[in-house]
Design a protein. Sequence first.
Length: 191
Amino acid sequence: MGIVQTLKSQISRREAKKDIVFSLYNQLVAAARQPALYNRFKVPDTLDGRFDCIVLHMSLFIAATDEKAMAEDDLKALSRDLVSVFLKDMDRNLREIGIGDLSVGKQVKKMGTAFLGRVDAYKKALASKTPEAALAKALERNLYRGDKRKPVVLKGLAAYAKSAHENLAKLTISDIRTGQLPKETFRIPGS
């Protein structure tokens, strides 16, 4: 194979990987925008609430794929690329709402730090002996920002998050590499 063919092949693989990452990101964002999350589970329909809802869905995906990624370097890279797309999207959104160029970098850095803290909190909650209870506490602290919600709302969102994580964990590496998540992955019962 000549150098031109090799370069074309590498570019083609890079573009395909980029398409997979964008597809996964768009599906996670779509899942975070389900009206039932805001209506039934009372996620604040604010900039912070939407940010935290996207972070929750990204966290569920990352937690579910982490174990698979231990054996697959390209899955580790996929998670890194997914986070990179998320941060670029946050940067773009901040600019669209009029945050000045000098402040955007600081805001994105704060968002990145918050993102990493929440991913860690949700991963620990999911790995605990009582994941739904631990998720409810993490959600109250992070997504609801300490606002005491009715226990039924917290339990409902925690049950949804646990179910979505379990659905994601069932995916094979081949499933993930397609970039298409099954529709039932983020199904909210009764929606």
